[in-house]
Design a protein around this ligand. Structure first.
Ligand code: ADP
Length: 189
């Protein structure tokens, strides 16, 4: 399973570098996507005694158009990392509507944890390929996940970022531009 993940990450990176990774546009429920992703990861979190929570901005319409598979991939990476680097407390996924222009919604997905945190110096390297900053920890990883998130969010006209301090947990976020399906109430600006 773990080997397959490494191979997928390397394939994604080479596709991204070649400009050959295409973002799909399908109709999906953002609620189902968040809930099923958390459901998939909650056994790992609960196995470590961690709480796992979801906060959804109610201005975000349920049905959206975009690449749900790639959004799930980014969420799994951020939530998986948050669980990996947290020993007590919990992890929260939060969705916010950042802007609503001409039928394009900019949605921020953020994952907060109460884990080990990352130094300022470490934070500056995080989104580079093959970078791992908490090297004293015996945790598996390749240092590719966040670099892939950065590229994927850019392909969705978004961005990525982190705020963190050692010992006080971290908050990783990415934004993505998504379209609401027609005939749904458009949220206020
Ligand atoms: P991987 O998890 O495969 O090592 P990532 O690119 O996803 O690769 O993460 C890179 C590094 O960033 C991790 O190895 C870890 O050092 C650090 N990191 C990522 N998320 C967190 C987090 N929530 N808390 C502390 N450190 C983190």
């Amino acid at each position: 399973m773990y080997k397959r993940q490494i191979i997928n990450d390397i394939l994604d990176l080479s596709k991204l570098e070649a400009g050959r990774l295409e973002i799909e546009s399908v109709d999906f429920s953002i609620h189902n996507l968040c809930e099923s992703t958390l459901e998939m990861l909650s056994p790992v979190a609960h196995g470590k005694g961690l709480e796992i929570g979801l906060i959804l901005d109610d201005r975000i319409p349920t049905m959206l158009q975009g690449d749900d598979g790639r959004i799930r991939q980014m969420l799994v990476n951020l939530i998986g990392n948050a669980i990996k680097f947290t020993d007590t407390g919990g992890v929260t996924l939060e969705l916010h509507l950042k802007s609503n222009r001409e039928d394009q919604l900019l949605i921020e997905f953020s994952v907060s944890d109460t884990g080990v945190g990352i130094s300022k110096e470490g934070q500056s390297k995080l989104f580079q390929k093959f970078s791992q900053v908490n090297t004293t920890r015996k945790v598996q990883g390749t240092g590719l996940g966040l670099a892939i998130c950065k590229e994927l969010s850019r392909l969705m006209n978004g961005d990525v970022g982190v705020s963190s301090s050692p010992g006080n947990g971290s908050r990783f976020w990415f934004t993505a531009q998504l379209r609401p399906l027609p005939n749904q109430e458009i949220p206020d600006k």
